[in-house]
Design a protein around this ligand. Structure first.
Ligand code: ADP
Ligand code: MG
Length: 397
């Protein structure tokens, strides 16, 4: 689960990490008052969307191409104008994809005097099964780009959970960033705070890009991106409250209501599968036969007819879907339940694309009977290979 920059900064503030003072604004009328509560003399107006690259992003119509989801204002009224200009418009950045994201909230904060910009992140490193720090002198930039062209400018190390964070970890970062004097001390303290937050709040990712050295020689978190382990959010009521469902894929949101493991993808073949492993294999074989999956969907073991019906409806609601492959290996999940769900869903929403069904396992004959005796137009498949070949052929012609 991701949160907005202003929410992340409020969390940082509550742990005593250095951030600028700021106000979130949801309606243009509130912008002037909000900006007026800040000191200035420079205000920064920042579009709040769950994507980075806002500074270099561009807005869509009207005035397509007008630049910047991060704008500097020299007066309160200018800040209010900028906020008004952003609210309700669609911002396209490198991370949003071409469709962009609608800006429903803006954050107005005090402008900082910047001497240097750094990159800093904490993340769960699957390689070492530990939490890793990643830092670089090249702040405000795409870290993937830095990793590609100048990998020597990135320092990364993991923290042994037995000892936890130690001052030497912080000093390593400080020296990499060529900090001196008081900033070294601030760095050691800040890194400890971030590590503590990361653990206590069950984060998956915490990115401060840029972390800055101000003209006054102090460290400050100028941007903040936080991702939390969705499976642990139930332990943190304060974090759960920060969820902004308008930032999520509506299909994924619908699926989560029915407790379906659904992830929207870019391809054209909708998949309904039971079991995460079989779902992965199904996606692989679709690719092998020259197409791309439109989603990952594991309906789980004990799915009911209603759950299957909802799952099917979510798949068919995706205009990208040009064909559907149902691939069920009935164990705990029974093939007749799947068949009933598919037939019920088709009855309710219709079927505008080819449908290949492969059923195997518990109650397979019963399942096939249900489908054969319905008037649903199905292409039957005998095994996974056969099913994948048939759906790709039906879609590609
Ligand atoms: P994004 O990563 O989405 O582009 P950032 O918050 O990193 O957004 O902002 C982009 C750039 O704008 C920063 O690298 C920094 O140079 C500048 N910036 C952001 N916030 C402030 C601020 N409060 N004061 C001064 N400059 C800022
Ligand atoms: Mg940034």
């Amino acid at each position: 689960m991701n949160i907005h920059e202003y929410q992340a900064k409020s969390l940082l503030r509550s742990y005593g990490a250095p951030v600028s003072d700021g106000r979130v604004v949801l309606r243009a009328e509130e912008a002037k008052t909000a900006a007026g509560e800040l000191d200035g003399p420079v205000w920064v107006v920042k579009a709040q969307i769950h994507a980075g690259g806002r500074g270099k992003g561009t807005f869509k119509e009207p005035e397509a191409g007008s630049a910047g989801g991060v704008r500097i204002a020299k007066s309160v009224s200018e800040a209010a104008e900028e906020a008004k200009h952003m609210l309700g418009r669609t911002l396209v950045t490198k991370q949003t994809g071409p469709a962009g994201k609608q800006v429903n909230r803006v954050y107005i904060e005090d402008g900082a005097g910047i001497d240097k910009e750094f990159y800093l992140a904490l993340l769960v490193d699957r390689g070492t099964s530990r939490i890793s720090f990643v830092c670089s002198t090249e702040g405000g930039m795409d870290i993937e780009e830095v990793a590609e062209s100048t990998p020597e400018k990135i320092l990364s190390f993991s923290v042994d959970p037995a000892t936890g964070y130690q001052a030497f970890h912080g000093r390593r970062i400080a020296f990499m960033l060529e900090l001196t004097g008081g900033a070294v001390k601030q760095c050691v303290k800040l890194m400890g705070t971030l590590y503590k937050m990361f653990l206590e709040k069950d984060m998956e990712m915490l990115e401060i890009n840029p972390l800055i050295l101000t003209t006054g020689g102090d460290l400050k978190c100028l941007d903040a991106k936080m991702g939390f382990d969705s499976n642990a959010v139930y332990r943190h009521a304060d974090i759960a409250e920060l969820r902004d469902v308008t930032e999520e894929d509506p299909k994924e949101l619908e699926a989560s209501k029915y407790d379906l493991n659904y992830i929207a993808l870019d391809g054209e073949i909708g998949c309904m599968v039971n079991g995460a492993g079989l779902a992965m294999a199904t996606m692989d074989i679709i690719k092998l036969y020259g197409s791309e999956p439109a989603n990952f969907l594991d309906v789980g073991g004990g799915a009911t007819k209603d759950k299957v019906t909802e799952a099917f409806k979510i798949i068919t609601s995706d205009p990208q879907v040009k064909g559907i492959l149902v691939n069920i290996f009935g164990g705990i999940m029974r093939c007749d339940v799947i068949a009933e769900g598919v037939v019920a869903a088709v009855k309710e929403v219709g079927l505008k694309v080819p449908l290949v069904v492969r059923l195997e396992g518990t109650n397979v004959e019963k399942g096939k009977d249900i489908i054969n005796n319905s008037d649903v137009d199905v292409i039957a498949a005998d095994n996974l290979k056969d099913g994948a070949e048939k759906i790709v052929k039906a879609v590609k012609g």
